[in-house]
Structure formats: structure tokens, C-alpha cells
Design a protein around this ligand. Structure first.
Ligand SMILES: [Zn+2]
Length: 253
């Protein structure tokens, strides 16, 4: 696989990308699995080894699976919670937390990732569209808490006594509507959208940068691979997030 170095990126593209970032008052960012790959987060499929290899993803990550065998589903997610807790944010995550500090209220980061690494890097104006593997939430009252690492089966909610579940969006479930609407608004109003490390195939998140273009804003895509939106974006930087993002902010003080 090719791994372009940012210094190998077209210098005028890099200069233009820096200019767009500086000039923008409202910046909306969408990230996907690509930004976390270098933090060693296994994908769902990569995590399905040994005992878990014989299951289909929907046998582990659906409301029906949880009703059928809550203890098994809980144990699968306990393993995934350990995976994300063992990983650490990389310079791509850190650069986005820095950009937020510079842009303040005009900034929003929406992520498709469930690894919690943006929050751990310091991002606060953050929407985790698909939830967070390091958290459990109540099925009834929506109480959210850190993953209870000691539990080997779903424990009761400390607030209402109903059952806790992983705080992630499962197959067959909708994204939380408030999170999606806040993201859509931010992208529609953005002067600049950054689309980072996402295949741009999974809806409804994939359409977010199109809202920016429709509103007259610019879109910069950062991805070593071509995606369905590559032909539509204002600017494309073919590189890895952990290298390109720090390079974009280098002389932005
Ligand atoms: Zn509860």
C-alpha cells in the first residue's frame, strides 16, 4: 500500500488547504476509520478471531442478538472495549483537538468511529454518530457511563435498575436523531468541511460534506484512497491523517 508523505503532497495544494483552514470561521469535520488505523484499533472484522470467528457481525451487533443472548453479546463488547482502551490517540486526533481550540464555537467534529480516541485527544465539540465502545448506556433511561470492566454479564443501571447495553449503534438501529441533526446543521453552515479517512459510503454521514458544498462552502478531503466524493470536493490531499493534519496546522499559531 502506498503511504504518501505530506512533503510529497503538491505544495500548492498544501498551501491552499492551509489558507482554507485559516480563512474559515465555521469548520465542520467528519472522520472515519482511516484516522484510527494508525492507533491500532482493530476493525469489527479484525476483532472477530478465535471463538468469535464463527459469528456473523449481525449475530453480535444487533438488538435481536442482545435479546437472544445478552451475556454473549456483552462479552464480545467487553473485548472490544479492552481493545480501544489499549489504543492511544495519534497526531491526527491531536491536531483536530488543536484546531478546535483555535476555532472555538465555529467548530464541530462528527465521527463515525466508536473508539473514543477523539475525546481522549481532547476534542469537546464532538459528536460520536455511532456511539462509543468505551461506554455502556441504559436501555431504558439513557444513563451513559464508562464501560464497567469488571462485569462479565450486563449489569443493572445504577439509576433505574434496567439493563445496561453497549453505547453503540447496532445493525438495524437508527443514528440518534439529535446527533445527526446537529451534524447536518454544522455541515450546512460550514465555510469549510474536512472529510478525513472515511470511505464516504455509509449513509447518512456520507452526505454531510455535500451539505457544505450546497451551502457554498469548500470541502477538503484527506484520504490516501479515492472515494465516491473525491470527484466532487474542492481539494483533495492523498495522504494519511496522522501526517497531513499536523502538516496543515504547522505554521498556524
Ligand atoms: Zn437506567
Amino acid at each position: 500500500m502506498s503511504e504518501p508523505d505530506p512533503v510529497a503532497l503538491n505544495p500548492s495544494d498544501l498551501a491552499r488547504a492551509r489558507e482554507l483552514i485559516r480563512a474559515a470561521e465555521r469548520v465542520a469535520v467528519l472522520t472515519g476509520a482511516g484516522i484510527s488505523a494508525e492507533s491500532g484499533i482493530p476493525t469489527f472484522r479484525e476483532a472477530q478471531t478465535g471463538h468469535w470467528a464463527r459469528f456473523r457481525p449481525e449475530d453480535l451487533a444487533s438488538p435481536a442478538a442482545y435479546r437472544r443472548d445478552p451475556e454473549m453479546v456483552w462479552q464480545w463488547y467487553a473485548g472490544r472495549a479492552r481493545d480501544v482502551q489499549a489504543a492511544a490517540p495519534n497526531p491526527g486526533h491531536t491536531a483536530l483537538a488543536e484546531l478546535e481550540r483555535r476555532k472555538g464555537e465555529g467548530f464541530l467534529l462528527a465521527t463515525q468511529n466508536v473508539d473514543g480516541l477523539h475525546a481522549r485527544a481532547g476534542s469537546e465539540r464532538l459528536i460520536e454518530l455511532h456511539g462509543n465502545l468505551a461506554q455502556a448506556r441504559c436501555e431504558r433511561c439513557a444513563h451513559v457511563q464508562p464501560w464497567p470492566g469488571e462485569a462479565t454479564a450486563p449489569p443493572p443501571c445504577p439509576v433505574c435498575g434496567a439493563t445496561l447495553r453497549p453505547n453503540v449503534v447496532w445493525f438495524g438501529e437508527y443514528l440518534p436523531s439529535a446527533a445527526l441533526e446537529a451534524s447536518q446543521l454544522a455541515f450546512a453552515q460550514a465555510d469549510l468541511a474536512l472529510v478525513i479517512g472515511t470511505s464516504s459510503l455509509v449513509e447518512p454521514a456520507a452526505s454531510l460534506p455535500l451539505l457544505t458544498l450546497r451551502g457554498g462552502g469548500a470541502v477538503t478531503e484527506i484520504n490516501p484512497d479515492q472515494t465516491p466524493i473525491s470527484a466532487l470536493v474542492t481539494l483533495r490531499l492523498a495522504g494519511r491523517a496522522s501526517q497531513v493534519l499536523p502538516a496543515l496546522l504547522e505554521d498556524y499559531v
